[in-house]
Ligand binder design. Structure first.
Ligand SMILES: [Zn+2]
Length: 152
């Protein structure tokens, strides 16, 4: 227990100063009050229990995949990649530091197809990069999968 819920003003102050709490979800999703959700209540639900708790929509899946990159969770990234497009192997940039995610649009095309446009920022070897992608997702047997994406 951190007692954080009892001191919202100091949590907000920490957030305003750009110093995220250690329990904040890397994807940066926030609640109605603008506070970043704790990892365990956000992407952690899917990353740590993906057999029984699949991400319920394409945006949640996209966010959880971003968080999986920050943790180098190859297992999760491959499991949530549609088998038709899944790479045989997945390598991570050594020393990559993920700086943040901004979801620009979540568009549900129909029950089984959705697109999410996002900008992710990452620093690799001291160089900041901006990844702007429109990703496609499909749903099969009640689970969303990442299909592919176009760089913007
Ligand atoms: Zn999250």
């Amino acid at each position: 227990m951190t007692g954080r819920a009892a001191v919202p003003s100091s949590a907000a102050a920490r957030y305003d100063h750009g110093m995220p709490n250690a329990t904040d979800c890397p994807c940066g999703r926030h609640d109605a009050r603008g506070r970043v959700l704790p990892y365990a209540h956000c992407c952690g639900r899917y990353l740590d229990h993906f057999d029984i708790t699949p991400a319920p929509d394409a945006e949640s899946l996209m966010r959880s995949r971003y968080t999986a990159f920050t943790q180098e969770r190859r297992d999760y990234l491959l499991a949530t990649w549609h088998p038709s497009r899944r790479p045989a192997a997945l390598d991570f940039d050594a020393g990559a530091k993920w700086l943040g995610l901004q979801v620009r649009e979540h568009r549900l095309i129909d029950d089984a197809h959705a697109e999410v446009e996002f900008v992710a920022r990452v620093r690799v070897a001291g160089r900041a990069q901006r990844l702007h992608e429109r990703s496609r997702f499909v749903r099969e047997d009640g689970r969303w999968f990442y299909l592919d994406g176009d760089s913007r």
